[in-house]
Write a protein that binds this ligand. Structure first.
Ligand code: C2E
Ligand code: MG
Ligand code: MG
Ligand code: MG
Length: 282
């Protein structure tokens, strides 16, 4: 029985930690295999324009169905992939698949030429050399235009970045690619930085949207973020809308876009296409 101790020797022999490390290593091995075998799938969750009540685009979300473990949540495997420096391989694969999918939908639904695709990108991929060329390559290859692609980056990544990354973010603009800050409100943002960086959209973290109906503090936080976004001339997307009351409140507050189970969960490409064909309005 390992005793609680501040000495690292005891910590290293703690069987629990050993188990955790082993599980992590195992997952890393399985992730490498999955990358080799293209074993991921992309799911798509609609982003709804709250004014018009129609789907304005999708967020691409990676899915991993392991042969024996079953569906593994990205919340579990993305951190492992980041630590093992595998995330940029996954992100690249998702980017390519999502852009091809958007191109296909543009062809199948020519009247929906305004649809956008949002792709999550980790800090590691942002710092990779040649990202700009690769993005340009994907745009060329798939034939979608830069302003139909949005990259989602978390607050911490965008705030910690250096001068050279700021240059990179500005270069994305030259391709027309838009930038969103994901999970906004959960990290530290310097308002000065926020103003300097070429950001188009703030995605209000779902923890605030979740609380706004029942808790006035949650409501005030959402309102404050919306005021901030609009005074910086950015769009806002409310994440995690689950009830019609949240939708009513967000519309009242002038939130531009929304995403959440109330509209639709993330779906595979066939289901997403069916939703587009159905011309749903909210
Ligand atoms: P995120 O980018 O903030 O994505 C939104 C997450 O909220 C998704 O979880 C989505 O399924 C979930 N969600 C959407 N609407 C609702 C709702 O109404 N209620 C609740 N409770 N949840 C909702 P998911 O797909 O499990 O992804 C989790 C996180 O993993 C993402 O958060 C993102 O940070 C990361 N991730 C997913 N795909 C990728 C990827 O391809 N690359 C990278 N780097 N990260 C990814
Ligand atoms: Mg996201
Ligand atoms: Mg988010
Ligand atoms: Mg999130």
């Amino acid at each position: 029985q390992a005793k609680t101790s501040y000495s690292t020797r005891h910590v290293l022999f703690d069987p629990k930690i050993h188990e955790i490390l082993l599980a992590r290593l195992q997952m890393e091995t399985e992730l490498r295999r999955a990358i080799e075998q293209d074993a991921f799938e992309v799911y798509y969750q609609p982003i709804v324009c709250l004014q018009a009540g129609i789907i304005s685009g999708f967020e691409a979300l990676v899915r991993w169905n392991h042969p024996t473990w079953g569906r593994v949540s990205p919340v579990e495997f993305i951190p492992v992939a980041e630590e093992a420096r595998l995330i940029s391989l996954i992100d690249r694969w998702v980017l390519q698949a999502a852009c091809h999918q958007l191109r296909k939908w543009q062809q199948d639904f020519p009247h929906l030429d305004y649809l956008t695709m949002s792709v999550n990108i980790s800090g590691q991929q942002l710092m990779q050399l040649g990202l700009l060329e690769r993005l340009d390559g994907v745009l060329q290859e798939t034939g979608i235009s830069g302003n139909q692609l949005k990259l989602e980056i978390t607050e911490s990544v965008i705030m910690e970045n250096t001068a050279s990354e700021t240059v990179l973010l500005n270069q994305l603009r030259t391709l027309g690619i838009q930038l969103s800050i994901d999970d906004f409100g959960t990290g530290y943002s310097s308002l000065g930085r926020l103003h300097q960086l070429p950001i188009d959209t703030l995605k209000i973290d779902r923890s605030f949207v979740n609380r706004m109906e029942t808790d006035s503090e949650g409501y005030e936080i959402v309102r404050a973020i919306l005021t901030l976004a609009h005074s910086l001339e950015m769009d806002a997307i409310a994440e995690g809308i689950e009830t019609s009351q949240q939708l009513v409140q967000l519309r009242e507050l002038g939130c531009n876009y929304g995403q959440g189970y109330f509209f639709s969960p993330p779906m595979n490409s066939t289901e997403a296409a069916a939703l587009l064909a159905a011309n749903r309005r909210w």
